[in-house]
Design a protein around this ligand. Structure first.
Ligand SMILES: *Cc1c(COP(=O)(O)O)cnc(C)c1O
Length: 496
């Protein structure tokens, strides 16, 4: 079987997995999907008793055109105690009857994007070898806070690859900001862009679609790529922890072999939950994929009505990584719902960019039957954090709490559920603290709150962020969306 990926907007635009990882986004604006997806099947029984890395190697080896040595190198380098707190990479923690939490925050940036971004640079490096590609790669990333640091951390000091991260000015927490500004490495750079995350993301997308600018960069021997969750090299590593958590539940005696489980996923750009859909399509016994949103509940409306409508007020919430009105990865789900009808995807995406909305034909909506949407308001998120802390003695972050609320709302039977926890509570200490304790602390920012929260709860502060304020840091550089192209040229010029 030849492994080829194609664009969601053009089935004839086919390329090797390595090339797809290098390109990130297709020239036609589409996202790459594995053409051979329906031929890929995994038997979870083969994973029982096996390490995280074994499962990762099996899954990635099946999707990629990499040698066994390359797969071993990528997986063993990324998923090691250098980058993760625990040998088994992610813990599956029993929280209450019928519910476990999959803690995806054991990496260096204490949020779930570490999973994919610790391996993507290595995948990219090998992909370049396979394609005999000597150009320097410049990764451009729009971030709502977490991806940025995770990309900087994953890529720093990787040869032949540079990274520029754009985040919304004043749109990330102080801790996220410090994490980015304290990043080491001469090949990584971050800019604050005036506007919200969607503006920032739109700016990056425009640059990727600007062929004149691409030609200009060619003169420098530089090729653009993306580390955003639209890169297929981000998506595939995330399939692993669905299988991994499933077999750990079997081993822990929480479920029996073959039992279907629900996964509740705090969702923003739809990458995490789409990986769950790929796990389902490749054979994992999944009952429902429950898509949890915050007040930016565009996906909740979509799964209820079949209409995706981003024409609504953008709301800044206490779960900022879910503050997204255009969930890019949804395009891949739509492609699969329409059985690979690329014309249809083009139509719908044109509608999205022209009118800000589109509607799925009702006969295709049932293809997404195992998705359920739900959302949590700001008050509900706060209540959940307090309630779960007091009842289960478990401290959760704001994103995970949105997931918990949606778990309660959508629970209809005894199906075992796994809630994906996408960030450490210490990543959002202020909101977590204020949700539980009503004393009037005089902490000025979320870093100070981190220590207050620790004092009260005795839950350990993750090592990578303990004492972050004493680490030397760079100045914040603020630009406008219009300045983004210039910032790239300036960076490249500066490196010469
Ligand atoms: C990125 C992120 C999400 C959203 O994940 P998507 O793959 O974009 O849906 C949720 N929570 C946290 C903490 C994140 O960093």
């Amino acid at each position: 079987m030849e492994k080829l990926f194609n664009s969601t907007r053009d089935n004839d635009n086919k390329l090797s997995p390595s090339r797809a990882i290098i390109k990130g986004l297709s020239d036609d604006g589409g996202l790459f999907v594995p053409q051979f997806l329906k031929d890929v099947k995994f038997d979870y029984k083969d994973f029982i008793g096996k390490s995280y890395n074994y499962i990762a190697k099996t899954i990635l080896g099946e999707f990629l055109d990499f040698s066994k040595e390359q797969i071993d190198y990528c997986v063993d380098t990324a998923y090691s105690l250098n980058n993760f707190e625990t040998e088994d990479i992610f813990k599956v923690v029993d929280v209450e009857d019928g519910l476990s939490i999959l803690e995806l925050f054991s990496g260096n940036t204490i949020a779930f994007k570490d999973c994919a971004l610790s391996i993507l640079p290595l995948l990219l490096k090998c992909a370049k070898e396979n394609e005999n590609d000597k150009d320097d790669v410049l990764i451009l990333t729009a971030t709502s806070g977490d991806t940025g640091k995770a990309a900087l951390e994953g890529f720093h000091d990787v040869d032949g690859i540079d990274v520029i991260v754009y985040y919304p000015y004043k749109g990330v927490s102080r801790l996220q900001l410090l994490q980015m500004l304290t990043q080491k490495g001469s090949n990584v750079k971050s800019y604050a862009v005036k506007g919200n995350f969607d503006d920032t993301q739109a700016g990056v997308k425009e640059i990727f679609n600007d062929s004149d600018f691409e030609k200009e960069l060619e003169k420098y021997g530089v090729k653009l790529s993306s580390a955003n969750s639209i890169n297929i090299g981000r998506l595939l590593p995330q399939v692993v922890y669905y299988y991994h958590s499933y077999v750990r539940l079997i081993e822990q005696g929480k479920i029996k072999e073959g039992d279907k489980v629900n996964f509740i996923v705090p969702t923003g750009n739809f990458g995490n939950i789409l990986a769950g859909y790929y796990a389902y399509l490749t054979g994992l016994p999944v009952n429902k994929l429950i898509c949890a949103s915050n007040d930016n509940n565009v996906l909740f409306d979509f799964f209820k009505s079949g209409t995706y409508d981003k024409n609504r007020e953008f709301k800044k919430t206490i779960s900022p990584s879910m503050d997204i009105l255009i969930s890019s990865n949804l395009e891949r789900l739509i492609y699969h719902m329409y059985d690979g009808d690329d014309k249809k995807v083009n139509d719908l995406m044109a509608k999205l960019s022209n009118e800000g909305k589109y509607t799925i034909d009702s006969e295709y909506m049932n293809k997404a039957d195992n998705f359920i949407g739900g959302y949590a308001t700001e008050d509900e998120i706060r209540e959940v954090i307090k309630e779960v802390y007091e009842k289960d003695n478990y401290l959760m972050d704001t994103h995970t709490a949105a997931g918990y609320k949606v778990y309660k709302d959508t629970k209809e039977d005894d199906t075992y559920s796994v809630l994906l926890s996408t960030a450490s509570p210490y990543k959002f200490s202020k909101d977590v603290y204020d949700s539980i304790f009503d004393d009037d602390v005089k902490a000025s920012d979320d870093v100070e709150y981190m220590y207050k929260l620790n004092e009260k709860t005795k839950v350990n502060i993750p090592k990578p962020v303990n004492n972050i304020e004493s680490i030397e840091r760079r100045e914040e550089e603020v630009i406008t969306k219009e300045d983004m192209r210039n910032s790239i040229l300036k960076y490249i010029e500066g490196k010469k």
